[in-house]
Design a protein around this ligand. Sequence first.
Ligand code: M6R
Length: 615
Amino acid sequence: MCGIVGYIGHRKAYPIIIKGLTRLEYRGYDSAGLALYDNHQIEISKTKGKVSDLEAKAAHLATSTSHLGMGHTRWATHGVPNDLNSHPHVSNSGNLVLIHNGIIENYDAIKTELVKRGYTFQSDTDTEVLVNLIEEVKKKENVKLGKAVQLALNEVVGAYAIVVFDLQKPDEVVVAKLGSPLAIGIGDQEFFIASDASPFIEYTTDALYLEDHEMAILKLGRPVKLRKIKDDAPATPNILELQLSLDQIEKGGYDHFMLKEIYEQPKAIQDTYRGRLRPEEGLVKMAGIDAHLERFLKAKRIVIVACGTSWHAGLVAEYIFEDLARIPVEVEYASEFRYRNPIIGPEDIVIAISQSGETADTLAAIKLAKEKGAFVFGVCNVAGSSIARATDAGAYTHAGPEIGVASTKAFTTQITVLSLMALKLAKEKGVLSTIDFHTYLNALAQIPAQVALALQADASIKEIAQVYKDAPNCLYLGRGFNFPVALEGALKLKEISYIHAEGYPAAEMKHGPIALIDDQMPVVVIATKRGHYEKVVSNIQEIKSRSGKIIAIVSKGDVTVRDLADHVIEVPETLDWLSPLVTTLPLQLLSYHMAVLRNCNVDQPRNLAKSVTVE
Ligand code: M6R
């Protein structure tokens, strides 16, 4: 994980780096650091803590006129978060400065060799090993920095996005990538480097995303020099025009990105529909499916691979695909799939779901599936991300940047894309009547407005959160399409409020978890009309008989559950298979308010990072 930012050009580097790090803090926030080249010297400031702590510590550098610098916000892998382990790291000679996102797996063996040659180390990091390896190669081979980086990286096993410069050559920065993202913003006589484009969006919209195994030499006054790391062969830069705007990455008056992103869902879902959902024409158009329709229609099975919230969206999709399109679906944690020699072949379709498009386990699962001959379809939010590029075809969710670590609009837009896919395939396979198809199209069209209505319960959800904010545990129950929503609700609460929470299929209660119920236990039950309503009502009775506190998510106008539950939150009624798109909202808001009331850092929960680009 970690966020990296670098600058070389005619502007002052310090504010670009600090602002860039703040925007990248979602990627890691246990320590931060920066380096500035100033007057033949390198000024370094590093600290445990957040970018704001770095800003305070580096206040003396705020007036620096340096035009060359780099910064890093860390999610620790090797070495505890402390000042010494923070990046940048400097080589033994004091000449090379480097920041790194990723893991050098063979760092220990390299370090042993370097120690034998007299190198010493201040930190426990793999990064300090890498910068000294580059130095050793540069010295031994008597080569320039770019060549030394290329040769050194060929000795390295692992993943990296790196930025490095040499005190002796302050007109040049070298960057390289394998497995971790790296974008280069190209301005007039200036280059910006960052883990994503957000640090430089106000300066340039011309960007180049490095591919794996590529490095670039960024020299002032010259075009980008792109090389292949393996054989040093030249590569052609593919410069794109970014579609990102500044307001998409700012809080826009909300207290937290998470709340902003929860409220963006009606629009995000509408954006996901754009050009695809066409009720008046009676069709769903998805270019990624149309181009490979035969394959989808002949598929014996769909295997979904994902992690975290995206895995929950995959579980919802399993229910929807099997119900509507009658295609067997299996949903796998990408981290398990990649290591368990799965039986998979050319007749299978693998759908990889990922908001960031950078999750290491999901990327590895894709690679494995492709090696075994499967066709891989990506459902990603970030355009041009590693997963978007690694898949054979795909559909973007178009949710816009999601910055809060807790995934919200990514989840509902993933379900939206997967619902459109299932509906389209059901129609193409001829397993859905025309009348049902049109009913479903119209129901989908109403979802953005219904999601907006569901948000109106916000104030009453805050009151409920006030009652339960000190609960040590919480259970979430749902059935059918809403079982994965229960899992997602529990994950949201855990990750941002640190309250222990579990999601279960409601009927599983009596097989064990019911033993946990007493008058201290809040139980969130999704009990919307249609589906398994009566069964869920029975489950609510069972909880009530054991004095559990019931917070029920019900369809508007419900009276039965209102009499049983301690609190009800109404959502608009929709089709059973579309209900996750509305029932998710109150659970997001509940976890949000609980976390805020507990004074938790909602957008940057402890120990987490937005993109999990390491195993
Ligand atoms: O970017 P991805 O969708 O691949 O990320 C997967 C998970 O890391 C992510 O959903 C994580 O579980 C979130 N923190 C959940 O809110």
